[in-house]
Design a protein around this ligand. Structure first.
Ligand code: GAP
Length: 436
């Protein structure tokens, strides 16, 4: 499939099947904002759950946090965001469109109207959204919508470290919304002004930072592969020194082969002691750690794997999308890992029939507490299988007229389309084994 087609098809599928809708659509949409529909919200929750499971639940050296979006404005002075979280902005004098100066084509032509030599001088544009807290809109009441969740972790370093009694190396993980007034949002949910981040700040003794940086690069790459992204669609790309963020002593991106080329999926940064040192300076609090065993005090260094939940979802969708011909007809299938698929099981009565409906309801009630299920009895069975394939449901359970006699149902596999007959009493164990 041609690559531009792939993007278009995924966007269309998302709209048509209730994964992602343009936000405020009845008003004509709103500037690259998107809403997650019934299947989209399930899938995004699964992405975040898979991240939390691997970063927090399965580890004994990471704890979680859920900090506020609005924080003291001094946080953003200390972190350097007020001063340095900027992109260079240029205007085309001809068509008045705005662009990031660092993303212009080498030809120098305006990507919108084609005019040459039409750009204004670049000026730095701060990406933080400003708002006012309370009824008075003056300088004293300015607050920012957080552009990263990381700072909520740094300002809670002492709270978490002392209450959890963790010692470096240990990490604090957080998932939450972040906001950036991007100059050029686009490519569907790849770059938006409101998005969700999944961030880990991993605090280590200074001399161990390079080893942990390498560890987290490999670990994060492995996470995407484990959840179904083929290895040849992923790569690690170290940043050049002139690309580094103001806080970073070294960064590598996990990149994905998007339809428009390689691009960032996740960043892993060695933030050194920049953040804790800055917050200690600005708050007057001592944020160093005393290692009793080694009898020494130090400011921990931080390794930060930072991923976008929306961007990860896009990569999983693009990698999973497939079309094939089955008996002369096109079949669209999302080959999602069962841990990410919006639904894990669909229950399909062979036809709408008063004898089948109660058995289908019984099967659905039995499965519902264990799996995310859907019951669909509208249309031909072939059509219903296709509908489930399109949203990536790994298994369908079909209740037919034989079920009334043999108390067994047909389990149909999304990828192979193979069908097995399974006694209703053994369905839960059978499905659990197939999905694990
Ligand atoms: N705390 C580190 C940090 O903020 P970043 O590279 O700016 O680093 C981390 O962002 C990740 O967040 C990116 O790799 C991407 O997955 C996601 N991300 C960043 N900006 C985004 C945007 N405007 N829309 C969607 N996702 C975004």
């Amino acid at each position: 499939m041609a690559k531009p087609d792939l993007m278009e098809r995924v966007v269309n599928l998302c709209k048509r099947r209730g994964l992602v809708f343009p936000s405020s659509e009845i008003y004509g949409g709103f500037r690259s904002t998107w809403d997650y529909g019934p299947f989209g919200v399930l899938m995004k929750r699964n992405v975040k759950e898979a991240w939390w499971r691997s970063m927090v639940q399965l580890r004994d050296d990471v704890v979680g946090l859920d900090s506020a979006i609005l924080m003291h404005p001094r946080v953003w002075e200390a972190s350097g965001h007020v001063q340095a979280f900027t992109d260079p902005l240029v205007d085309c004098r001809n068509c008045k469109e705005r662009f990031r100066a660092d993303q212009l084509p080498e030809s120098g032509a305006c990507p919108n109207c084609g005019a040459k030599g039409s750009f204004t001088e670049a000026r730095q544009f701060n990406l933080m959204f400003k708002t006012f807290v309370g009824p008075v809109e003056d300088d004293a009441s300015v607050a920012y919508l957080r552009p990263e969740t990381a700072q909520g972790i740094f300002v809670n370093f002492l709270n978490v470290q002392t209450t959890s009694r963790k010692k470096p190396p240990f990490g604090i993980a957080q998932i939450g919304k972040a906001f950036r007034n991007e100059i050029t949002p686009g490519n569907f949910i790849f770059r938006t002004r409101e998005f969700e981040m999944m961030e880990l700040e991993f605090f280590v003794p200074p001399e161990d930072a390079p080893t942990w940086f390498e560890y987290w690069c490999q670990e994060r790459l492995r996470w995407f592969v484990d959840l179904g992204i083929p290895e040849d669609k992923l790569r690690l790309r170290p940043h050049d020194p002139d690309e580094l963020s103001h806080y970073s002593a070294g960064t590598a991106d996990v990149e994905f082969a998007y339809p428009w080329g390689w691009g960032e999926l996740e960043g892993i940064a060695n933030r050194g002691d920049f953040d804790l040192t800055q917050h200690a300076k600005f708050s007057g609090q001592d944020l160093s750690y005393f290692d009793q065993e080694a009898d020494r005090r130090y400011v921990p260094h931080v390794i930060e794997p930072s991923a976008g939940a929306d961007r990860a979802m896009l990569a999983f969708l693009l990698a999973a999308y497939d079309e094939e011909e089955v008996r002369g007809e096109k079949r669209t299938v999302l080959r999602l890992d069962p841990r990410l698929a919006p639904l894990t099981v669909a229950v399909l009565p062979l036809s709408r029939n008063e004898r089948l409906n109660p058995v289908a309801a019984e099967v659905a009630d039995m499965l519902r507490p264990r799996f995310m299920i859907d019951v669909d009895d509208a249309g031909s069975i072939g059509r219903r299988y296709r509908r489930q394939d399109e949203v990536g449901t790994p298994l369908c359970v079909t209740v037919d007229f034989d079920t009334l006699d043999d108390r067994a149902a047909t389990v149909r596999d999304r990828d192979s389309m193979a069908q097995d007959r399974v006694p209703i009493e053994k369905l839960v164990t059978h499905l659990e084994e197939r999905l694990s």
